[in-house]
Design a binder for this molecule. Sequence first.
Ligand SMILES: Cc1cc2nc3c(=O)[nH]c(=O)nc-3n(C[C@H](O)[C@H](O)[C@H](O)COP(=O)(O)OP(=O)(O)OC[C@H]3O[C@@H](n4cnc5c(N)ncnc54)[C@H](O)[C@@H]3O)c2cc1C
Length: 455
Amino acid sequence: MPEGVKGAGGAVRTIVEPQRRVPVVAQPDVLVVGGGAAGIAAACAAARGGAATLLVERFGFLGGTLTAVTLGGFCGTHAIVDERRLARVVGGLYLELEDRLRRRGAVSEPARHGRILGVPYDSACLKLVADEMLAAHGVPMLLHSRVAAVQIEGRRVAAVVMENKGGRAAILPRVVVDCSGDGDVAVFAGAGYSLGDGGKTQAGSTMFRLAGVDTSVAGGLTRARIRELLEQAVADGYPLPRTATGVHLNPLEGIVHLNVTRLVRADGSPYDLSDPDDLTEAERVGRAQAFLYEEVFRRYVPGFAQARIVDIGAMVGIRETRLIRGEEVLTEEAVRNCVKPANRIACTAWPLEKHEGGRGTSWEFLPDGDCYGIPYGCLVVKGYENLFVAGRNLSATHAAQASARVAGPCFAMGEAAGAAAALAVRLEVQGREVPIDALQRSLEEHGAILTPCLA
Ligand SMILES: Cc1cc2nc3c(=O)[nH]c(=O)nc-3n(C[C@H](O)[C@H](O)[C@H](O)COP(=O)(O)OP(=O)(O)OC[C@H]3O[C@@H](n4cnc5c(N)ncnc54)[C@H](O)[C@@H]3O)c2cc1C
């Protein structure tokens, strides 16, 4: 194996880049970096709020983890009230996306797996629907463009520099919403952040889809039964890093999504998926695991005898990297106690779902029929006047993010950050000065759920 290329943190030598002039290609009111769940919602909400908005995305399509990695379903969108009843906890722009998917037959009814619930969707169609949604809200986007640097003036982000096939170019926004998942803009700006529990983040997973599955059989398998079968494979000598999983049926017949790989080093410790060397190694290891699981499912799991991998995510699935320090921090105590702060801008009821050591997944459920709220201050980057974060890189503790990171709350946080950014532009105030009552009113007027009907 050739020696790895150390990321900036591990470099021992440096060179000085020559100064160069960079063309300014846009001066939007609001720049949204990253087009995942949070970024799609942030961009649409900012434009809806009257801000001239631009979205920049490093891939050639929107959706982020939803499409580049692919998921079993949208999670965190409902609270389970009792055996039969669900309460929606995420509305607003997420529902617009769901409706657009439904019109194309690309979303199914919520699927329950014991005490968790997901809304299955077709990821190829989501790419199209996300394009349509941005166009409908009048948001231009620049794809294949990666943000690589930030310039600061005082406590403001003054310029964001991106790289694409045209070279390097600058954007001069009035406000930035960082929805990059890894907090790239905030980190380039020098914002504080934490990385996992003392550096140990949640393990990532390579995601894949199988065709040729007899879903009439596979759809009836419980998580407990699959675990038994996979543990049998381990006992027979298959080196499976994880045996806890469910079968996620896709809206497309015969297709099953599996979230079963686990990206950990030989000693069981997770890779740091913001480190280029670790990321490279994790891609290689994850692909090998996907094909190992294909073999095991074909051999051990009913309904999968003819199954073949038809799609592997374009990149490894990253659950957690840097969590950006905001004006407030979402804590696990607030999540566990279902705290609904007066300045909440999003709600969810997703459990604390941890992918850490061993072959299992740990689930810590909230009480049935309850949820918690995410405070506005978790989106306002501490020490900066015009910088927001939204999505899985929110300001939270490691354990709290294990709940808030799923797609439903990421959409809701993005919608709130975009709406707040537009208000900050219109009222000419800093992020932390945005009037919370005006923000909440505007979110609720557009269907966001800040007081879920849980009774
Ligand atoms: C393996 C796995 C399984 C999961 N399963 C589920 C599930 O079943 N249901 C569920 O609801 N949630 C699930 N999640 C969690 C959830 O999907 C994500 O946390 C959520 O979608 C994150 O959305 P986001 O918008 O915050 O970030 P991301 O989806 O990571 O989006 C970030 C976007 O920013 C772009 N970007 C990054 N850096 C730059 C840059 N420098 N310049 C320009 N663009 C940039 C990326 O390309 C990407 O499009 C899972 C996550 C993983 C990893």
